[in-house]
Design a binder for this molecule. Structure first.
Ligand code: WQD
Length: 341
């Protein structure tokens, strides 16, 4: 079976880790990435880990001719894994049109080109952010989608709707993967997270603080209704998340009685608080992390974590790593890029 897969955003954080797992599972990824939120050297890291250097297009999916050229040059794609999108919640509030145009038009250009050809399988990078402030925990795939708290989150919700509506009038086979909080890096420290500017997310801010780039970590609120007062999330090792995409592809290829659109929560099924992440980081690295409790961050939900029963029982996927593994790998990567022994 031809195993050529188009991976959009394939040099990004989750994309690059997924490309590695695809190659190691015998697939032949074709990467398109406009390098707006990553560096071309990520391709070297992929090659160092796998011994393979995937075909890479430095193209923008907003350019319809670019999209057409990729499909013309690779007419026998097995499927598409679509990561390419802007992903910063705060930035999306300041620049909504940039987020709506980029995240939605890229998707629409891909689908229009796909439907002109016999390519049906599509895996979409969605997010737990579609659940907004959940009424029940853990969240299942049946937990109601709530009005998005940011334009970024809205582009994920609208993306899901575009795919669902298109599947109704085509033979598209779609898997919507709702990610929780990806953290960590490949254990080889050849690829990892490369935040642009000052990281908004917790774990890259922790590792940069530990590397001396910031005087302290600010913990946004310890007055939530949680055991230690700090907010709870479901932190999943990025390699586990990457493997969920390989499993989703295999599921699309082999599962006979699947729905045309399948939704899966991709988390660990376990919630951890900010304080637990901080304490685990200090335990596994031996680094004394300076931190200070400050006020809550606008838009944060107090707690959210996944019910992953469906991913386990229907798709046959379960996370294998824990937060200690992820924090150890995140720190190894930070030390590598900062040239710290
Ligand atoms: C986690 C917890 C913060 C930074 C975001 C996006 C979501 C998804 C994952 C793309 C929260 C606290 C953080 C800091 C802190 N991205 N925190 N100090 O907000 O759960 O999710 O990333 O799909 O869409 O919203 O992740 O890492 O920003 O925050 O105390 O310096 O850490 O308040 O409780 P979040 P996060």
């Amino acid at each position: 079976m031809n195993k050529k897969i188009l991976v959009t955003g394939g040099l990004g954080y989750i994309g690059s880790h997924t490309v590695v797992e695809l190659i190691e599972s015998g697939y032949d990824p074709v990467i398109v990435d406009n390098l707006s939120n990553t560096r071309p050297e990520v391709l070297d890291g992929i090659e160092k880990i796998t011994g393979k250097r995937p075909v890479f297009y430095d193209f923008d999916l907003l350019n319809k001719n670019h999209v057409k050229q990729i499909f013309d040059e690779h007419p026998t794609l097995e499927g598409i894994i679509h990561f390419a999108a802007h992903k910063y919640v705060g930035e999306s509030v300041e620049k909504p049109l940039m987020y709506y145009e980029n995240n939605l038009m890229s998707l629409i250009n891909l689908l229009n080109e796909m439907l002109n050809r016999d390519i049906r399988r599509f895996i979409f990078s969605s997010s737990c952010t579609v659940y907004g402030l959940p009424d029940e925990l853990p969240v299942t795939e049946q937990t109601p989608v709530k009005p998005a708290m940011s334009p970024y989150g809205n582009t994920k919700q609208i993306g899901e709707e575009i795919l669902t509506d298109t599947a109704k009038v085509s033979d598209l086979e779609v898997i919507l993967l709702r990610y929780f909080n990806p953290i960590g890096a490949h254990p080889s420290a050849e690829i990892g997270e490369l935040p642009v500017g000052v990281p908004q997310n917790l774990v890259p801010f922790i590792t940069q603080t530990a590397a001396g780039l910031h005087p302290e970590l600010r913990i946004f609120g310890d007055d939530y209704d949680t055991p230690d007062g700090t907010a709870i999330r479901d932190y999943i090792h990025v390699v586990d998340l990457a493997n969920a995409h390989v499993r989703a592809l295999e599921f699309l290829e082999t599962e006979k009685n699947k729905n045309q659109v399948e939704i899966f929560n991709v988390g660990t099924g376990k919630g951890n608080s900010v304080m637990e992440i901080v304490n685990t980081f200090m335990e596994v690295t031996g680094v004394k992390l300076p931190y200070r409790i400050v006020g809550r961050r606008a838009g944060d939900v107090p707690a959210i974590w996944a019910d992953t029963t469906r991913a386990e029982t229907v798709m046959g996927w379960k996370a294998k790593r824990n937060i200690a593994d992820a924090l150890r790998d995140a720190w190894r990567w930070e030390k590598k890029i900062r040239h710290i022994q």
